[in-house]
Design a protein around this ligand. Structure first.
Ligand SMILES: Cc1ncc(COP(=O)(O)O)c(C=O)c1O
Length: 452
């Protein structure tokens, strides 16, 4: 019997699995079940729980405020809301989405330094008081529409290696922070802290150290003009998976050391972060179908390195692979069918639209595939489905949600309202019991939540 629970704000459910099968096995069974060639995502929500456990055990002083912009899929947002994270919202729609899950407005930071006036009014209406700024015009808007807001100055951290540089658009240079803060003070505005973003896909753990040090200086300058800051926001930029250049372990060690040195334990100081890809990347795998194939005519001379076979799949650059353009991502296909021969051929991989730009891989060594075969792409949760379009009338892939039963139980144990499992289940609008709860003894479940 399948055990499923509804996902709020969607017509979908997530399925609790008795042990999580290998991803390819899960994809194969979903293909059978859906009976169509449509592309789809598998969302392993257990991976989100795992990431959260890792975060709170490795960086206990830093509260994560998930950056909704990274992936606003209802599954991940609902799970993080239930796990008790905060949220970084960039717009009215993101604030609405998070509030609709019953999240308290105090768990939101409106972390867009350049906001529409009407959105500032909306934030006031909904009591979302924490918001960032990096320029004087923004202060004037806040003064006019939400003078009681709790403002956070976003500074430009020292340059670092990152896949997506955000410093070209946001952040006041630290040396210009004091005059800007003085203006806020003269306007009677309540600035409560400092934020920064080291760049999305940051490749240098040291970037956090330098940025925390720059933030410390701004804290000290603010004190001189009468502000007593109580919030440090260390932004996003955490890796979605470990890479040779950077891994989460190294990042957390660097951050913890810097915080202990420059922001020693202080009950009045709240430290938050805005991780996006850290939570979303590994939880989503994309499965696509080879819908067409073109082969070079054998007799024609083929330039070395020129793709000899062109494969067309049913998601592309205008859909989930927009990450190739906007997120500078690199993707690698995996084959659902066991590849019998090791022989490969120089191939190219194309999306389904009629545009020549819609190319996923220009030149890659691939085994021979037939029309109708399936490929999958792992680590596709960040900056993918959130920005996909339906250009050329191509539909967005469906998402199928799963969680392994032991992770589901960990999640229940960690959820803030733990009076009883039944009460917790109510948060999910669920009348059904947890599967095999009798067999899963709560004390056997490894959980590093501070409350446990
Ligand atoms: C203000 C802000 N916070 C957080 C994030 C999330 O960054 P990441 O996904 O690298 O953690 C972004 C990404 O653009 C951002 O602009």
């Amino acid at each position: 019997m399948k055990i499923t629970y509804p996902i709020k704000n969607s017509s979908h459910c997530f399925e609790v699995m008795n042990g999580m099968p290998a991803i390819k096995k899960l994809i194969a069974s979903k293909i059978q079940e859906q009976g169509t060639e449509d592309a789809f995502f598998i969302a392993d929500l257990g991976a989100v729980v795992e990431k959260h456990l890792e975060w709170i055990s490795m960086m206990p002083r830093v509260l994560p405020f998930y950056a909704v912009k990274c992936n606003n899929d209802p599954g991940i947002v609902q799970f993080l809301a239930s796990l008790g994270t905060g949220f970084d919202c960039a717009s009215k729609a993101e604030i609405e989405q998070v509030l609709s899950l019953g999240v308290d407005p105090s768990r939101i930071i409106y972390a867009n330094p350049c906001k529409m006036k009407s959105y500032i009014r909306f934030a006031k209406e909904k009591n979302v008081s924490l918001m960032t700024f990096d320029n004087e015009n923004e202060l004037q808007k806040v003064k006019a529409f939400y003078p009681e807001a709790h403002l956070v100055i976003r500074i430009l951290p020292p340059a670092s290696k990152a896949i997506c540089n955000l410093g070209c658009k946001f952040g006041v240079e630290p040396e210009k922070a004091l005059p800007l803060l003085q203006k806020a003070k003269n306007m009677g505005l309540n600035v409560v802290g400092v934020s920064f973003h080291v760049g999305s896909g940051c490749l240098e753990a040291e970037a956090f150290k330098k940025a925390i040090s720059a933030a410390r200086k701004v804290f000290d300058q603010a004190k001189v003009i009468g502000y007593n800051f109580n919030l440090l926001d260390i932004g996003g930029g955490f890796p979605g998976f470990d890479q040779p250049e950077i891994n989460f372990d190294e990042v957390t060690q660097t951050i913890n050391t810097s915080l202990d040195e420059l922001f020693p334990d202080d009950d009045d100081l709240r430290i938050i972060a805005e991780p996006g890809r850290y939570y979303a990347t590994s939880a989503y795998t994309l499965a696509v179908n080879v819908i067409a194939k073109r082969e070079e005519v054998e007799a024609e001379p083929v330039e070395e390195d020129k793709a000899r076979v062109m494969y067309y799949i049913n998601d592309g650059v205008y859909g989930s692979f927009n990450c190739l353009l906007y997120d500078h991502a690199e993707v690698t296909p995996d084959y659902l069918k066991e590849v019998e021969s090791k022989a490969t051929i120089t191939s190219s991989l194309w999306g389904p639209t009629c545009d020549g730009l819609d190319c996923i891989l220009k030149n890659c060594a691939m085994p021979s595939l037939e029309v109708g075969e399936w490929l999958c792409f792992k680590n596709m949760g960040a900056y993918t489905l959130v920005a996909g379009s339906t250009f050329n009338g191509m539909p967005r892939p469906n998402v199928y949600y799963y969680i392994e039963d032991t992770r589901w139980l960990q999640m229940l144990v960690m959820m803030p309202s733990q009076d009883s499992i039944q009460l917790v289940l109510k948060e999910f609008d669920v009348a059904k019991p947890v599967p095999d709860l009798q067999e899963l003894v709560v004390s056997d479940v490894k959980c590093c939540a501070p409350e446990c």
